[in-house]
Design a protein around this ligand. Structure first.
Ligand SMILES: [Zn+2]
Length: 76
C-alpha cells in the first residue's frame, strides 16, 4: 500500500491595518497572519505540529515582521 503524507502550512488571516514598516520607513498597510504547520495524510490535515506563528506582512514590500513591530513607533 502506498501512503502519502507530509506537512503543509496553513495561513489564517488575523486582520489588516496600518503600521510603520521598518523597511519602507513609511506608514504602510499590513496583513497579520497566523501560520501553522499541519501533518497531513492523503491531503487531509490531521494535527498541527508545534505552535502557531504570527507574523505581520507589509503589503507594499512584502517584508514579514514579528507582531511586536505593530507597537513600535519611531520618534518622528
Ligand atoms: Zn514595507
Amino acid at each position: 500500500m502506498f501512503l502519502f503524507f507530509g506537512t503543509r502550512q496553513r495561513r489564517k488571516a488575523l486582520g489588516t491595518g496600518w503600521f510603520h514598516c521598518p523597511y519602507c520607513y513609511e506608514q504602510r498597510q499590513y496583513e497579520q497572519v497566523e501560520t501553522r504547520t499541519w501533518f497531513h495524510l492523503f491531503w487531509v490535515p490531521l494535527f498541527p505540529l508545534g505552535s502557531a506563528q504570527e507574523s505581520v506582512r507589509c503589503t507594499v514590500c512584502g517584508g514579514q515582521w514579528a507582531p511586536a513591530v505593530l507597537g513600535s513607533h519611531p520618534a518622528a
